[in-house]
Design a protein around this ligand. Sequence first.
Ligand code: SF4
Ligand code: SF4
Length: 331
Amino acid sequence: MSKLPIKNELGFFEIRLESIGGLGAHLAGKMLAEAGVLGLGLNGAHFSSYGSEKKGSPVKSFIRLGEREIRASNPVERPHVVGVFHEALFKTIDVANGLYPDSVMLVNTTKSPEEIKEKLNIQSGTIAVIDALNISVEERTRVNTAMLGALYRIAEFLDPEARKNVIRATFEEKYPHLVEANIRTFDRGYNEVVFKTFEAEDGMVTDFVRAKSSLGYETQPIGGVITNPGNSILKDLSASRQGFLPSYDKDKCINCAACDTACPDLCFVWKEEIDKKGRPQMVLQGIDYQYCKGCMKCVVVCPTDALSKTRETDGYADENRVPHNFVLASN
Ligand code: SF4
Ligand code: SF4
């Protein structure tokens, strides 16, 4: 009997993880492949693709398991399971691309499966949600361990007890104080994940069509042309934030500009106003969250607690953003 619940036409079970640098998706992918190879005696392959190795840049991690030799080394285009480690990726990446009608999509989110279905316009399949960020904050661990717990629940053929032993062995020698917190995080991911399966309405399932590259030999730009310049309109660092952003309380601010000096991305928006003595003074209006990567350097230097580290909720940044062109527009 096959150890794999489902296989593609080549005989492989395939998983794709969509993440950003710093959330540990590469390590989670490695652990999943290891679980199939060392735990179940399957053949397995794992690799990740990422650009510059820095926190916040998009990362994809691919896991392929099979009972026959694996010679394929191409990215997973048609995953049986997709794990989305950061919801903000929805803005820039088609995370649902290539899903089968009965694939499972796991998302690190506070939203319900119905809300995710609507947001991504998914026609059918199972949507699983887990608030991995909250678990990792409460347990003082990392998002990837909670996501791994949820992924084990989805890929039921993997043995969660074996994984817990590996977590134990990994941390026991160097960081023994982290063992129990990580086991708890894994268990919470496993137990708290919520699933909902949706049936496709008649005629709503479409065949997979591989996206064509928009740049071919006839359409590619001349060498040296930068098509996506780092200008202030296109640059958007919101997907780099890992669940937290600085919130601003104007009443506590003394306009000392320490935050502006510390911020690497010029997020602070100022405007000249007249103070109580009738003198002109630069007054901080707020933060342009489009450029904020959530590094919290500003929070550390603020002397009055006017800035505080806040869990980012859906829509907060858009509602509270003070865009740089606000000053120009209001003058
Ligand atoms: S560091 Fe704090 S008090 Fe100073 S300008 Fe920035 S927000 Fe205001
Ligand atoms: S967290 Fe603060 S310092 Fe860091 S990018 Fe955002 S506004 Fe700038």
